[in-house]
Write a new protein. Structure first.
Lengths: 328, 263
């Protein structure tokens, strides 16, 4: 295996397929409409991409450990609602409301993790239940109405999370840097750190990991907390950027995020995960959504393309996996 | 006589009304390979599960070098130097050889707060270990377990037990589904482990494999140890088969004539 050429090894990587797909996608959209690569379009696409991306990064680690989280979309909507409700009612400052929202999210992650690891209930059922509890709470607290959000102007929290500036004609939001930092940090954890080895072992063969003294439950609970906190952070960032806190926002994001992660090459069954792949998966889906609108395909047709991409990439990953198992 | 490495006395284990072990007595000496034989349901798996901490015993005592121990979990057993290798369950197929070897005990590069694995050190040790255990092929330590053969996986699991100074390595059916050459490889890994100071318990359905490698044979029948000092050099396979089945010579001949396998 060592004498395989560099090119062969590159092609064998799970990230190779998604990378090619992204390049093709960009080339096709650009050839149809040159505005696709205009600074304004790139800035607009990136702004929301990184918000969803934060959730996908955390989900990558969770899925590598063999679990997933359907409650992220509801937390994306609930956390900003909680923060603004606390602030608008005069109970706390915006910053304290933010910390409170993250703490509540962490607690929700803890509950998810506890149900999955201690009561041995599949994460699908646990987080589906939690999705309904959290979304229901957001709707109940707000009577279904969006919260007042206009008073974030001048808050240092808003500056740190979503402050923007221009590089040439590119409008860059601070959230991009948070996303890059999270991608590097979590990529490091997954591939370089001891924790990363445990995450992969927990997803690959939990019994073997447990027998070696790895705290599989602890690892999984930690990742459920991370997933909830990142979804909460993403929701707050999105809310500050768009000046909106709608209890319904984030609906359906859980599936889009899981799609991003699996397209990137992370195994739904656990044991194998890639942050680089997830970053590519995030870009593939967001570029697709933006591109098909730009070239004039009706936005309602978006899901047809997403579904086709998921099926195509799964076929590719499964083929690569079989080649890999065969030792070629 | 010196105190054996492992001594299990009057071990009883019942699953509801089923008595899987009835006052079983068993021991393993230092630097010894013990072959544990018995028909299906004889109790050898249960005995091994008790010793590896996978199931709790109903009553009885376990001593390690004369000291009484209680093995409540598999990690308890590992902490006491008892490593059990099941054919497929001991390794994480997605991880590399080196990462499997050090799973749970990964060396950390300074500064410690970065929690960074010392992958170079892991790979170097893994390379040496693979050589020591007797793998002749040049397999890079970064190879995922998933692309190794059954025999090579056994070698990695044995190498891990050797590296972390397990006193006792329990091999449950290590030669199942292996080809002739691979089986010989695994048998030589086991001998290498003994020669470097480890004791082994070897369980296999194939008596001939057991005869090739063990120093002493123990036979179980119906939850009891019925023979525990069979010398494979002085005993024939047929004799051991008789003890396993509890049949007379004639009964075995008749059984073979009826087309039933004798083991």
């Amino acid at each position: 295996m060592e004498n395989h050429s560099l090119v062969q090894r590159l092609i064998a990587r799970p990230e190779f397929g998604p990378f090619v797909l992204l390049v093709v996608e960009i080339a096709v959209f650009w050839s149809f409409n040159h505005d696709f690569l205009s600074p304004q379009n790139i800035s607009n696409t990136l702004a929301f991409t990184v918000e969803l991306g934060l959730i996908a990064l955390a989900m990558t680690l969770l899925m590598t450990s063999g679990e997933f989280d359907l409650s992220v979309g509801s937390l994306f909507g609930f956390s900003p609602v909680l923060m603004w409700t606390l602030f608008n009612s005069g109970l706390t400052s915006l910053e304290v409301g933010f910390v409170a929202a993250l703490l509540v999210a962490a607690f929700i992650g803890l509950v998810n993790g506890w149900f999955v690891t201690q009561l041995k209930i599949p994460s699908f059922l646990v987080t589906l239940g939690m999705l309904l509890v959290v979304r229901g709470t957001a709707l109940f607290v707000t009577d279904g109405f969006p919260q007042r959000t206009w008073s974030a102007e001048g808050s240092w929290l808003a500056e740190v999370l979503v402050g923007d500036f221009f590089i040439g004609s590119f409008r860059i939001y601070m959230s991009l840097f948070w996303f890059i930092a999270a991608a590097i940090g979590l990529g490091y954890v997954l591939t370089q750190s001891r924790t990363g080895n445990w995450i992969q072992a927990a997803g690959g063969n939990p019994n073997a990991a447990r027998a070696r003294g790895v705290n599989v439950s602890g690892v999984k609970i930690g990742l459920f907390v991370l997933s909830s906190v990142m979804a909460s952070l993403a929701g707050v960032i999105s809310s500050l950027r768009t000046s909106a806190a709608n209890p319904n926002s984030g609906t359906g994001y859980e599936l889009e995020v899981i799609a991003m992660v699996v397209i990137g090459g992370t195994a739904l069954t656990g044991g194998r995960g890639t942050i680089i792949g997830t970053v590519l998966g995030i870009l593939i889906l967001r570029v697709m959504r933006n591109g098909i609108v730009l070239i004039g395909v009706p936005g309602l047709a978006y899901n047809i393309f997403i579904g086709a991409i998921i099926l195509g990439m799964m076929a590719l990953h499964s083929w690569l996996e079989r080649r890999h198992q065969a030792g070629t | 006589m010196a105190e054996p490495l492992i001594r299990m006395t009057n071990i009883r284990k019942s699953y509801g009304r089923v008595q899987a072990l009835e006052d079983a007595n068993f021991h393993v000496n230092e630097r010894e390979i013990v072959g544990l034989l018995g028909d299906n349901g004889a109790g050898k798996s249960t005995l091994i599960k008790v010793l590896s901490g996978a199931v709790p015993l109903t009553s009885g005592d376990i001593f390690i070098r004369g000291k009484k121990v209680s093995l409540r979990s598999t990690s308890d057993a590992i902490a006491h130097g008892i490593e059990t290798i099941y054919q497929d369950s001991a390794l994480v197929t997605q991880l590399s050889i080196a990462r499997n070897l050090f799973l749970g005990r990964e060396p950390i590069k300074p500064p410690r707060f970065l929690n960074r694995m010392d992958q170079d050190a892991m790979n170097t040790v893994a390379r040496d270990l693979l050589k020591q255990v007797g793998i002749s092929k040049n397999i890079p330590p970064t190879t995922p377990i998933g692309s190794l053969s059954g025999g090579e996986r056994q070698a990695v699991a044995i190498a891990r037990a050797m590296h972390f100074d397990s006193d006792l390595i329990i091999l449950d059916e290590p030669t199942n589904n292996l080809g002739v050459a691979e089986t010989q490889g695994v048998l030589s890994f086991v001998r290498n482990a003994r020669d470097s100071g480890h004791s082994c318990i070897f369980i296999a359905h194939n008596i001939h494999h057991v005869f090739q490698v063990v120093d002493r044979i123990v036979v179980m029948r119906r939850g009891k140890v019925v023979a525990d000092d069979i010398d494979p050099k002085k005993t024939s396979v047929a004799e051991v088969e008789r003890i396993i089945t509890g049949m007379s010579d004639k009964e075995i001949r008749d059984a073979i004539a009826d087309g039933k396998p004798s083991h």
